[in-house]
Design a protein around this ligand. Structure first.
Ligand SMILES: Nc1nc2c(ncn2[C@@H]2O[C@H](COP(=O)(O)O)[C@@H](O)[C@H]2O)c(=O)[nH]1
Ligand SMILES: [Mg+2]
Length: 611
């Protein structure tokens, strides 16, 4: 027994395993943090706010919350890097000069193996997929038009016209808590990591009391919550928060105010109206280049797939008139009277007004669209019907074959255009028998990706333009990530040593002659742990704010995947920053799935191991 005690004492009295390395790291870390990379104020704010938290993950959120508590919408926020438009020039796969992989920000990432040789038809969503809107003009327009609707049609006060809009404040993947007037960021376990009421961040105590420590765990789904899962929702979420602040200051200012949820309903209805009555689309049609990014690879990408023998289709919720405007701009910069039908040659089938996600499950009538005047014509399972009293139908309808399964693509190889219908019609038109023969590319995780994959087994690709900036920051902060991992391990290591020593004291395992030495050692270890904890918290906060000063990383919350990241992981076979990135790869490429690994493999360092 005496021997054991001596052994224990001598083991415990040894300096901590990583002391030297860690001290060096802390010295390096501290010099990094004080070197000033535009975030020094973040570091200094956070050190006081985060020191009381013990969990590394919640520390980040707590510190984020504390740092931004005083921030109001009126204060300028430094967002760091501005995402580049998708127009940077890189050689594409069909060019003579091709030879290198695309840069990280233009790569296609694969969650589930996908051999393109098995794909017979490729479909594209239009808005925010083929057409990347410029948020600084388009979202600004959405915000101002919605304000106008609220004032003129919903009786809101004219002072709303003074509202300013910051298009970079909100982020996809966030959730609106309609009844509490909050916006929250949730991780894949449905744990709320960041929460704002209006533009005031909730402290960790408030956040935990409302969301994380309640008797019943919420699922954060509709109808009590609203998903910010398309880029169309950024302006809507921002405006709702502005109104929450207004209501908190002066509830009497809004007409018949009966709670935040009622305000949200009004905002939603006003946004909806803007999309339906042409308030937004008229402006885009008048000046597409102001609102839509130019992507030099888009047409080449479509042509490459066409030439590879794949059938191409467009399936958009937009109606014919607007689709015609946007596609003319994208496929030739044609606007106004210069518009023509040439873009239809890129596709085999075009379905407008398809009403996704209902398109993937419900039965709906299918109409043929006359491309000359946009008139709708009834069809019998896609075959045109000549109404009584009429001799004929326009050529652009009649020329498209008589049965769905043997669809003749009409004169000049231009796609037939339909409105409505559902996936059964589309499968027939394309002659595909199984959903797995079809790849659909969209931007909306729910409307485009989730249903089509879950119910129909379509292969899916999600377009995430934010990924470009996300990847750039992730690359630039590689050393920080390594350091964070080291600090996290060191923290855990120190905790274990401290706990073991504390246990030894409590259990009176330490011989009297070794007491003093062990007490000193315990004090040293505790001080070391505090230093590591503090450094880790500050670095983690800086790291998150490098991505987005309010919400952090799009696809992560702390060390976990964010809810949005988790959805991408589950439902998108492929994901990438821009649809035209397909042009950087062979049309027959076999995209290899990512290797799944579990916690024990992570510890063993087996992540990334292929078999
Ligand atoms: N009525 C509403 N329409 C909306 C809303 N948000 C977006 N949109 C419109 O949907 C399509 C999207 O087209 P897709 O190509 O991505 O399928 C586009 O026309 C938008 O204007 C809304 O809240 N209400
Ligand atoms: Mg879309």
């Amino acid at each position: 027994m005496r021997l054991l005690q001596t052994q224990l004492h001598s083991r415990l009295a040894r300096p901590s395993v990583c002391s030297q390395q860690l001290r060096a790291s802390l010295r390096v870390c501290c010099s990094v943090s004080s070197s000033g990379n535009g975030s020094s104020s973040i570091g200094s704010n956070s050190s006081s706010s985060s020191s009381s938290s013990s969990s590394s993950v919640s520390t980040a959120a707590t510190a984020t919350a504390a740092t931004t508590t005083q921030r109001s919408a009126k204060q300028a926020i430094d967002y760091g890097v501005i995402p580049a438009p998708p127009s940077s020039r890189q050689a594409i796969w069909t060019e003579q000069v091709w030879g290198a992989s695309p840069s990280l920000s233009r790569q296609i990432f694969c969650n589930r193996s996908l051999n393109m040789k098995q794909i017979k038809a490729i479909g594209f969503d239009m808005d925010y997929t083929l057409a990347q809107y410029k948020p600084d003009t388009f979202e600004l327009l959405a915000h101002s038009q919605t304000v106008d609707k609220l004032v003129t049609a919903f009786g809101y006060p004219p002072e709303l016209y003074d509202f300013k809009f910051d298009w970079r404040y909100m982020m996809r993947g966030l959730i609106i808590d309609k009844t509490r007037g909050n916006v929250i960021k949730v991780d894949r376990h449905k744990y709320v990591k960041v929460a704002y009421h209006g533009f005031r961040s909730l402290s960790s105590e408030e956040r935990n009391a409302v969301y994380n420590h309640s008797a019943v765990r919420d699922d954060y789904e509709e109808p009590a919550y609203g998903m910010i899962d398309t880029l169309f929702s950024l302006a809507e979420a921002y405006l709702f928060m502005q109104l929450v602040e207004l209501v908190d200051k002066a509830p009497g200012k809004l007409p018949n105010f009966s709670g935040y949820a009622g305000v949200y309903r009004d905002v939603r209805a006003a946004v909806d109206l803007c999309h339906r009555d042409g308030s937004l689309k008229r402006h885009v049609a008048a000046n597409p280049s102001k609102y839509i990014h130019d992507d030099p690879h888009l047409v080449s990408m479509l042509q490459m797939y066409k030439r590879s023998g794949r059938q191409l289709f467009l399936a958009t919720n937009s109606l014919w008139d607007y689709t015609h405007v946007v596609m003319n701009y994208l496929c030739g910069k044609r606007v106004g009277k210069a518009k023509n039908d040439e873009w239809l040659r890129m596709f085999d089938v075009v379905v407008v007004g398809c009403g996704k996600p209902g398109f993937f499950s419900e039965r709906r009538p299918l109409f043929a669209v006359s491309t000359r005047d946009g008139a709708l014509h009834n069809t019998d399972n896609g075959a045109p019907i000549i109404p009584l009293g009429e001799e004929d139908l326009p050529d652009d309808i009649l020329g498209r074959g008589s049965t769905m399964s043997q669809l003749d693509l009409g004169e000049d190889d231009k796609a037939a255009v339909f409105q409505g219908g559902n996936y059964v019609d589309l499968h027939q038109m394309l002659g595909v028998r199984a959903g797995s023969e079809l790849l659909y590319v969209g931007d909306h995780i729910y409307g485009d990706i989730l249903r089509s994959k879950k119910s129909l087994g379509w292969r899916t690709m999600l377009v995430v333009p934010e990924l470009e900036q996300e990847l750039a920051v992730a690359e630039a902060t590689r050393t920080t990530q390594f350091e964070l991992k080291m600090l996290r391990n060191a923290r855990s290591d120190l905790d274990t040593q401290i706990q073991r020593l504390e246990w030894a004291f409590k259990q009176r395992e330490i011989p009297p002659e070794a007491l003093l030495q062990n007490q000193e050692q315990l004090a040293l270890l505790r001080a070391e742990r505090e230093a590591v904890k503090d450094r880790h918290s500050r670095l983690l906060l800086e790291h998150h704010q490098a991505f987005h000063p309010i919400w952090g990383q799009l696809l992560k919350t702390g060390y976990q995947n964010s809810r949005y990241g988790h959805q991408i992981d589950r439902f998108a076979c492929l994901y990438t920053s821009h649809v035209a990135n397909l042009a950087f790869y062979s049309p027959d490429r076999a995209y290899g799935g990512r290797v799944d690994y579990m916690a024990h493999e992570d510890v063993m360092g087996l992540e990334g191991m292929q078999n």
